[in-house]
Design a protein around this ligand. Structure first.
Ligand code: C5P
Length: 236
């Protein structure tokens, strides 16, 4: 993880997977001080959610823009500069060397950190072969993680199961950010490889991305607080 110690609360990133800004703002108000870090992805971003980044940052929150960029270097660099100006803390790019280099160079001098997505978790060996890759999932994840490290990428998005293995490549400087988190007793939904917050932290995750277990809880604030407590306990 990055050099400054991160509080347990800042390790919880709540995915604002909602269809519009009004729904996002209602949830942010409901969660109040329980959540300090939000993720905005395609759904909310393309539904007018980008101005919310600045609004959240001005309100003292952190924002993870999950845009999974991948384009020619110049276009990636310009996009990264715009995201840095919005005040976001994390931005995802696909882990292609050219894309990662452009992103890392373009974020220099800002507080934006670049996270690389190695291989999408919905991809298996068949999907990779179909897309023309010769490596299998685990070899490609390893290769891309090594390339990300060499290029100076700030962190990796990975499943909690991968976190322990990736930590040996990532070292202590890179952040490991893990979705697929399910507190004991919550609905699994479409996630296949899941872990509880405590186990994910024990496996080496620095940040936990949690969507439905908070967003669809009858009391979202209580659900967020319970996850923060679980993170706190797991760290001790
Ligand atoms: O609702 P849930 O907790 O499953 O949401 C997880 C969030 O993390 C979603 O925004 C999803 O897009 C994202 N994500 C994921 N798996 C990945 C990468 C991102 O679930 N491998």
């Amino acid at each position: 993880m990055t050099s400054t110690p991160v509080s347990s609360r800042d390790r919880l990133i709540v995915a604002l997977d909602v269809p519009n800004v009004a729904a996002a703002e209602a949830m942010i108000a409901r969660l109040g001080d329980s959540v300090t870090f939000y993720k905005i992805g395609y759904q909310l971003g393309y539904a007018g959610g980008f101005p919310l980044v600045r609004k959240l940052v001005d309100a003292g929150k952190k924002v993870f823009l999950d845009l999974k960029l991948h384009d020619i270097g110049n276009t990636v660099a310009k996009g990264v500069e715009s995201v840095a100006d919005l005040g976001a803390t994390f931005l995802t790019v696909h882990a292609y060397p050219q894309t990662m280099k452009a992103a890392v160079e373009a974020r220099a001098g800002s507080k934006l950190e670049i996270l690389a997505v190695t291989v999408l978790t919905s991809y298996d060996e068949t999907d990779l072969r179909e897309a023309g890759y010769r490596l299998g999932v685990s070899d490609l994840v390893k290769l891309r993680a090594e390339q990300a490290k060499a290029i100076g990428v700030d962190g990796l998005v990975c499943s909690a199961e991968e976190a322990a293995n990736l930590r040996t490549i990532a070292g202590s400087q890179m952040s490991l950010v893990t979705p697929g988190i399910r507190p004991a007793g919550s609905a699994v939904g479409d996630q296949k490889r899941i872990m509880t917050p405590a186990r994910a932290i024990a496996a080496g995750a620095d940040y936990l991305v949690v969507g439905r277990p908070v967003m669809e809880a009858s009391d979202p604030k209580a659900a967020a607080e319970a996850i923060v407590r679980e993170i706190e306990q797991a760290k001790n």
